[in-house]
Design a protein around this ligand. Structure first.
Ligand code: ATP
Ligand code: MG
Length: 283
């Protein structure tokens, strides 16, 4: 049995549950409990606040976790970051009152900086040789300058809208984050095997994303050219048609290239082109 900790509510909850579903793991997210078992995979899901996830994985209460890289870095917990997951993207940046002149990090020398990420900030300031006063605030960090509690802030930014509303401007992007899968450093052989199975499924989801399955009829005389247009996993599948001089060609293409490929294929005589949504590619 593999136990995975995910956020119980908040920005990463829904996408974490969706990811498990995409991996074919049937967890009951509607009747969310503290701990719930999947019906079709030996995994149980532990729902926690994101702050607690790195710690719980580090001490082995859960074998795996899904959490923002920012939390992993801030807590300094000893876990393996197994893979990035491609959602929950954000950055942690330094921001100052928008009217202030900014020439470089020396601006922060002797300043008071409000943040919920003191460890990441301290590390950055040390690297830059800047000495500043770090004010730890949980909650609305962005109001600290207007409230007179701090001169600047170090906080999560995604679009930057919150900064503008609070009369601030982003001056240093310090830490790029996204959701990651983390693992305990001492997994049992059974847990390791289950993790490998999950990674295999994650990889196949990644490969399948944004791909389309394309099939068409094409004159046999155009086949060589069509194969050049359509590099598939090994090569496109070709099947003879009952009609003399024609064959059926199947391939997988990136959705972004689809219309360009269709144009080229029509130009060499392709007909009856079908574009199908692709569920999975198992590499
Ligand atoms: P919890 O109650 O679980 O402690 P929280 O309030 O600390 O939740 P959320 O706001 O739900 O955290 O954000 C969870 C994670 O989502 C962040 O740690 C970060 O990795 C990611 N994230 C992505 N975009 C943003 C954003 N615009 N603001 C805040 N977090 C974001
Ligand atoms: Mg939190």
């Amino acid at each position: 049995m593999l136990r995975i900790a995910i956020q119980n509510k908040g920005r990463l909850n829904e996408q974490s549950v969706d990811l498990l579903h995409e991996l074919g793991i049937d967890v009951d997210s509607a009747k969310r409990k503290f701990l719930s078992k999947a019906t079709n995979f030996p995994i149980e899901v532990l729902y926690l606040r994101d702050d607690d996830i790195p710690q719980v994985v580090a001490n082995g209460t859960a074998a795996l976790g899904i959490v923002g890289m920012n939390e992993v870095a801030e807590r300094g917990c000893d876990v393996d970051v197994v893979t990035k997951l491609g959602f929950g993207g954000c950055r942690i940046s330094l921001a100052i009152p928008k009217g202030d002149d900014y020439q470089g990090v020396e601006y922060f020398q002797g300043k008071r900086i409000a943040t919920s990420y003191p460890a990441i900030l301290e590390n950055f300031l040390r690297e830059q040789g800047v000495v500043a006063e770090i004010k730890v605030i949980t909650g609305s960090v962005e109001i600290a300058p207007a409230a007179g509690i701090a001169d600047a802030i170090f906080d999560i930014v995604s679009s930057g809208g919150t900064l503008v509303t609070n009369g601030l401007k982003e001056v240093e992007r310090v830490f790029e984050s996204e959701a990651v899968l983390i693992a305990n450093k001492n997994l049992s052989a059974e847990e390791r095997e289950l993790l490998d199975e999950l990674l295999f499924r994650i990889e196949s989801e990644r490969v399948s994303r944004g791909k389309k399955y394309l099939l068409m009829n094409i004159p046999t005389s155009s086949l060589d050219e069509a194969v050049k247009i359509l590099p598939a996993m090994r090569s496109p599948t070709v099947m003879p048609l009952a009609a003399e001089g024609w064959c059926s060609l199947h391939s997988v293409v990136d959705a972004t290239d689809l219309w360009e490929k269709v144009r080229q294929l029509k130009a060499i005589g392709a007909e009856g082109i079908l574009v199908l949504t692709l569920d999975k590619i198992i590499p």
